[in-house]
Write a protein that binds this ligand. Structure first.
Ligand code: URA
Length: 204
């Protein structure tokens, strides 16, 4: 029998979002506030994929609205891209954390959880058929470009996915917040922006 958690995702992006709301494919839904599904126009040509929602995303129910999101927004402004035209999502759709006093410490979703959540990312890709995919960080890169992808060696390079679709990976914006040293952090941000400029550079 088809129970809601076993049914395969189907329908429009709106319907997918509704189905994902009740997802029970892994245990992360229990402590989380809500599913954080992707967001953006259904005709977006560019899809940005992060890792998983953080504390603020969990509360807001929207991807990339916390500190990492502000970093991303700033970089997008810098290269002249309007975030409203992009579809922004995550590899894993629930916040994973460990309670620590009044804080919730971010924990990385493990491979089982990433695998369980994969149906939603696949459904978004299938529905949207984006021409261009940007993987933010190694979790998204391994989902889209394969588990042998080496982020630090292969970041900022186009990878053909077939059917005229392509992808590249860059570091995760939350990494930029953690780089020790002010100069190093500024350099990491410039490198991030340089990678993102692939989106606005003329096609080869
Ligand atoms: N980091 C992510 O990968 N995604 C978000 O939505 C927020 C922080």
């Amino acid at each position: 029998v088809d129970t809601p958690d076993e049914a395969l995702p189907h329908g429009s992006l709106r319907e997918l979002r509704k189905q994902a709301h009740d997802c029970r494919r892994c245990e992360l839904w229990k402590p989380a506030t809500q599913t954080v599904f992707g967001e953006g126009p259904s005709d977006a040509r560019i899809m940005l994929i992060g890792e998983q929602p953080g504390d603020q995303e969990d509360l807001a129910g929207k991807p990339f609205v916390g500190p990492a999101g502000r970093m991303l927004d700033q970089a997008l402004v810098e290269i002249g891209l309007d975030r409203k035209q992009l579809y922004v999502t995550n590899t894993v759709k629930h916040f994973k954390f460990e309670p620590r006093g009044k804080f919730r410490l971010h924990k990385r979703a493990d491979s089982r959880e990433q695998h369980a959540c994969r149906v939603w990312l696949d459904a978004e890709l299938e529905k949207l058929q984006p021409e261009t995919i940007v993987c933010l960080g190694s979790m998204a890169a391994s989902a889209i470009l394969g588990s042998s992808f080496k982020l630090l060696e292969q970041r900022g390079q186009w990878h053909e996915l077939g059917d005229g679709r392509r992808a590249f990976a860059t570091v995760h914006p939350s990494y930029l917040l953690r780089v020790p040293g002010e100069q190093e952090r500024a350099q990491a941000y410039r490198d991030f922006v340089r990678d993102l400029r692939l989106l606005t550079a003329a096609s080869p």
